[in-house]
Write a protein that binds this ligand. Structure first.
Ligand code: CTP
Ligand code: MG
Length: 620
């Protein structure tokens, strides 16, 4: 799978976009890398000059004559010998310069890599807000989160560490080879003999252990998903007494992670140990060859020092480069995974993107809709709603109620027929304008982990306290909020765990009321509220919403009976519509459901139980 993905082309346009603002840092970083390499290599050369010329009095053929010229100018060898601190100062200066260039390199690389990561994250986040709703429905949240975090991090690491490391190693190799070959070709060959072996062994080895790295990543992923599932499902775990098996499951994942990682560390330890022997062997051989050459070929002590130092300086980056090149595929795969999101088209306007004044006149004309082409969820739906009317929708679960109101928000587009709002086809209305004119309380309301006040005033952040309180009063939740210690400043826990289901629904109703929209939708939003509160909320709403067209989805006849038009859905078809009294007279689904609920109510009341029943018992 991975290799198949790697064969795909890199999207260079994307690379161009994300690197746009930071390219100058790459140039600066590369220049600093080169200068740092030069100064690093200068240090052994200065030592060699001190040992050979200043101390032993030998002039080397290989040392550029300007160096000796400079030495003569400031007083010759004798002067330098009696003022040896000058050499020490030069050494310190070289080391300082090296430090400055290394700092510039680190800074440029950090600016480039963090800059790129920020641009990618921002672009991804913005794009995720723009893609159609359907895209989110079909993607796994965990996967999207991973792409926005760890895939971005892989690229950040590639740019921040690996890319410049390659430049650094190549620069170091070139500089070292030029210096060494100009000094002594044979010694240069001996000093670099082990480098190809080191490079190839690390490349081949890290390609081989890649599988183990993947296994370790997967085992870690399993631990976090087990943990996440346990924490989100904590109620189910407790309620069904599953703690034992949950602990067992976690222990298993944890042990697997330990074993896999341990094996990986063992493999790495073996490799680093083995190649360390090779690296030190290389230094030893250089030293021995240097000593032999000093006897046979007039090689100086300073030169031996230079070659031994270079042998040590080259082995680590070369080994590291083999590893980086073996890892290179990872960044490509991450880039593709990010590109996959970005290449998904953003939500488009199929029509003219008009911005009419929306009053709430709605007409469905023979509307059909299906989530996939071969199975229609809504079939030939036609009805009309005038501004200010209340439309109720009743139907068994899965009959298409939520789908119908989603069409109204144009989260999906109908496959046949048309929806007309205030005389304009819904497809021709700007989708942002359309949605801002529709207030909705979802079947499963989502509250942010913020204060209740912030949650209610999310669509109108500058709302006065009075407005917030009024909305909460209509939603019959004001008194509940007031009873909390911090009142409206109570922070709703993650996904609203500190509130009961009914309280959450009512906060969501208050939030919707703040929008003051001409079209309101309640998708089964009183299901967790007892019948009396339900009635109280409806009464308060009735007083206020005269100008809004309201859709109420409910299984409860008492909630629906006052509506101007009741739509009865069955298997995606609109089987009945009309007022409560009219529908009761016809022998149909509505009359049957009303009959059952009525009977149940009477039984409950007769049995002395207060009418706080929920709808589950009615079987619809
Ligand atoms: N459906 C689907 N893909 C979705 C949502 C729903 O295929 N993304 C299907 C469901 O399986 C169901 C049908 O569409 O068969 C209608 O779903 P929905 O409109 O959500 O039904 P409701 O009437 O709202 O059901 P409930 O009362 O349970 O909310
Ligand atoms: Mg529904």
């Amino acid at each position: 799978m991975e290799s198949k993905q790697q064969k795909k082309k890199i999207n260079w346009k994307l690379v161009g976009t994300v690197t746009f603002g930071v390219r100058r840092y790459f140039v600066l970083g590369s220049a600093a890398v080169l200068l740092a390499a030069l100064t690093a290599y200068a240090i052994p050369l200065i030592t060699s000059f001190t040992v050979d010329y200043v101390i032993a009095g030998e002039k080397l053929q290989t040392m550029p004559s300007v160096v000796y010229g400079w030495a003569e100018k400031i007083g010759g060898r004798d002067y330098l010998r009696s003022n040896i601190h000058i050499m020490a100062l030069i050494l310190i200066a070289a080391a300082l310069l090296n430090g400055v260039f290394t700092f510039i390199r680190g800074r440029s690389v950090a600016l480039a890599s963090e800059g790129i990561a920020k641009v990618i994250r921002d672009t991804l986040y913005r794009h995720l807000q723009a893609v159609p709703y359907d895209y989110h429905k079909h993607s796994s949240t965990g996967d999207l989160v991973q792409r926005c975090t760890s895939d971005v991090d892989t690229i950040r690491r590639f740019v921040g560490v690996q890319l410049l490391e390659i430049v650094r190693t190549v620069a170091m190799l070139i500089v070292a080879l030029i210096i060494m070959f100009s000094m002594h070709a044979f010694m240069a060959l001996i000093t670099t003999a082990a480098l190809p072996v080191l490079f190839l062994s690390s490349f081949v080895y890290f390609r081989k252990v890649r599988k183990q790295f993947t296994l370790s990543d997967e085992a870690e992923g399993k631990i976090s998903s087990t943990l996440q599932e346990n924490l989100t499902g904590v109620r189910v775990v407790r309620a069904f007494g599953q703690q034992g098996s949950e602990i067992e499951k976690f222990t298993r994942c944890n042990a697997e992670y330990r074993d896999v990682t341990f094996k990986l560390i063992k493999m790495l330890g073996f490799y680093w140990g083995l190649t360390d022997i090779l690296a030190y062997g290389q230094i030893c051989i250089t030293l021995v060859a240097g000593v032999i050459l000093s006897v046979t070929d007039g090689f100086t002590l300073g030169q031996v020092m230079v070659f031994t130092a270079y042998a040590g300086m080259l082995t680590w980056p070369v080994r590291q480069m083999g590893r980086i090149l073996a890892d290179l595929g990872k960044a490509t795969v991450s880039l593709e995974r990010i590109d996959e999101i970005l290449s998904h088209p953003a939500e488009t306007e199929p029509g003219k993107a008009l911005k009419p004044v929306i009053k709430g006149e709605i007409e469905f004309k023979n509307v059909c809709f299906g989530y996939d082409a071969y199975d229609d969820v809504l079939k030939d739906i036609s009805f009309k709603a005038c501004p200010g009317q209340t439309i109720a929708i009743l139907g068994s679960t899965g009959s298409g109620k939520t789908s119908l109101v989603q069409l109204l928000q144009r989260l999906y587009t109908c496959t046949a027929g048309e929806i007309i709002i205030d005389g304009v086809n819904i497809n021709d209305i700007d989708h942002r304008l359309l949605r801002s004119n529709i207030g909705i309380v979802l079947q499963e309301p989502f509250l942010y982990s913020r204060t209740i006040r912030e949650n209610i005033s999310i669509v109108k952040p500058d709302a006065s306290d009075e407005e917030v309180y009024n909305a909460a009063k209509i939603a019959a939740v004001h008194d509940v909020i007031e009873s909390f210690e911090k009142k409206y400043d109570t922070v709703v826990g993650e996904r609203g765990v500190t509130l009961s289901g009914g309280q959450k629904q009512r906060v969501a109703i208050a939030r919707m009321l703040m929008q003051n929209a001409p079209i309101l939708i309640f998708d089964d939003s009183m299901s967790a509220v007892d019948t009396e509160t339900d009635a109280a909320i409806r009464e308060a709403l009735n007083k206020r919403r005269k100008s809004s067209t309201t859709f109420i989805i409910s299984h409860r006849i008492t909630t629906l009976c006052e509506a101007d038009n009741i739509l009865v859905l069955d298997g995606g078809r609109l089987v009945q519509q009309g007022k409560h009294e009219e529908l009761l007279k016809v022998d149909g689904l509505y009359a049957r459901i009303a009959g059952i609920q009525n009977m149940l109510e009477q039984e409950l009341n007769g049995g002395g139980v207060k009418s706080e029943h929920r709808d589950q018992g009615t079987g619809i």
